[in-house]
Design a protein around this ligand. Structure first.
Ligand SMILES: [Zn+2]
Length: 422
């Protein structure tokens, strides 16, 4: 495989589209934000060999190998590719679910990548095709977003059924287990707590972390006390209190706000602002926009009790991001994209912009969307620009630490040292 790649690379690729597989690349002269707690570094160098970062540091401290292909990135900013701690991949085409297949998975993983999202932690709805793509991505020829999978969202009406479903996902090779402890604003029954306890126990027996879809503060407290690993949505009924913040820190778990999910539940009641953003329009199917503009559809959303309920929930969610951030809770970027009306790639960036609106500093939002998110999904070889890690990175025309909107100035995206096709 390696040999074939090298030959193909020599035959067809110019320096700019070079694959790391053919040798060594050196990005020279950029401001580097590495996704760790470090501050941005000016005039930096990133050296990539065989899909992985070999060296990163100030130009004065990094020896560039003689055979490296140099890429001049003076005046640009390099940061790690974005890691979405909560997405869904492969099921939706247009505004319709039920289309899960390999082709759709690959299309969506490429779409994410073009927006700089280089890893998606899919929390449910994953079939065999997704597991197979996950298994095939540990290569230096990868040029679409990485995918991690949870399998099915676990449900069941007995302890036995629930443990069996966790086992089924674990046997397939799931990276995470996902459960909902929610009543959809009163429209459905919550999972009883004894069944939740059995589910968490079984996930941990299988050494898998548990991500929990929830709405209420009371449930968030319960699942954290019990030992769950990720709060996969915002607390949206009440303002978080000091006891909750302290519990969160004591347990050292991850909070994934997914506020753009909330936006998607009501925003199509009228014409959203982003329908005139060229950065959105360049990837979206115009037929989808037309459908969302339909007056009847808009009216339905305006009159939907659940849409209006989630709209109120968004205000609470935004306030809670601010409070949890000030309180020192670990926050990771996640969106719940991939369902109809939740636009992959564009919404990850919108999520970051909203996290800043909610009170986080741009640098901390960048960390939440790279190194912290990677740690929250237990993927130690992505998320930061450090030697030995996969070379998943974004080259930006303007500095996102100065203005988070600059995440939209993507000039190129690289995964395992390969330039993502535009
Ligand atoms: Zn979800």
């Amino acid at each position: 495989m390696r040999k074939i790649l090298i030959i193909l690379s020599l035959l067809t690729l110019s320096a700019v589209t070079a694959t790391a597989g053919e040798g060594t690349l050196a990005f020279v002269g950029a401001r580097i934000i590495d996704g760790t707690a470090a501050e941005p570094m000016e005039d930096g160098v990133v050296v990539i060999t065989d899909g992985r970062i070999r060296a990163v540091g100030p130009r004065s401290a990094v020896t560039i190998p003689g055979d490296a292909k140099l890429i001049d990135v003076r005046g640009k900013t390099i940061m790690p590719g974005l890691v979405n701690a909560h997405g869904h991949v492969g099921g939706t085409i247009g505004l319709e679910g039920g289309h899960y297949n390999t082709e759709n998975l690959l299309n969506q993983l490429s779409l994410y990548a073009r927006y700089g999202v280089t890893t998606i932690n899919s929390l449910g709805g994953d079939g065999e095709e997704g597991f197979a793509l996950r298994n095939s991505q540990y290569n230096n020829d990868l040029n679409r977003a990485r995918l991690f999978v949870a399998g099915s969202v676990v449900t069941g009406d007995s302890e036995q059924a629930i443990r069996a479903e966790v086992n089924r996902n674990a046997d397939m090779g799931a990276n995470y287990i996902k459960v909902r402890v929610d009543d959809s604003l009163g429209a459905s029954e919550k999972m009883p707590r004894d069944l939740f306890d059995a589910l968490l126990d079984q996930a941990h027996i299988r050494r898998l972390p548990l991500a929990v879809h929830l709405f209420y503060l009371d449930d968030a407290k319960y699942i954290l006390e019990a030992g769950a690993d990720m709060v996969a949505h915002s607390v949206r009924d009440l303002t978080v209190d000091e006891a909750f913040i302290n519990l969160f820190k004591e347990k050292d778990k991850c909070y994934v706000p997914t506020v753009t999910r909330e936006v998607s539940t009501f925003v199509y009641e009228s014409e959203p602002e982003f329908f005139s953003d060229p950065y959105f329009l360049k990837e979206v199917d115009p037929a989808v926009i037309e459908e969302l503009r339909g007056p009847e559809r808009q009216a339905r959303m305006r009159n939907s009790r659940s849409a209006q309920g989630y709209k109120k929930g968004l205000d609470v969610a935004m306030a809670n991001i601010g409070a949890l951030y000030k309180g020192g809770v670990k926050i990771a970027m996640g969106t719940d994209t991939g369902l109809p009306g939740r636009f992959q790639g564009y919404f990850e960036q919108m999520e970051m912009h909203m996290m800043v609106e909610a009170g986080m500093s741009p640098m901390d939002v960048i960390r939440a969307s790279t190194g912290v998110a990677a740690a929250c999904i237990n993927q130690g070889d992505i998320g930061t620009l450090e030697p030995g890690k996969w070379a998943d990175l974004i080259v930006l025309g303007a500095n996102p630490a100065e203005d988070i909107q600059n995440t939209k100035t993507i000039e190129s995206v690289w995964i395992a040292g390969n330039r993502v096709p535009e």
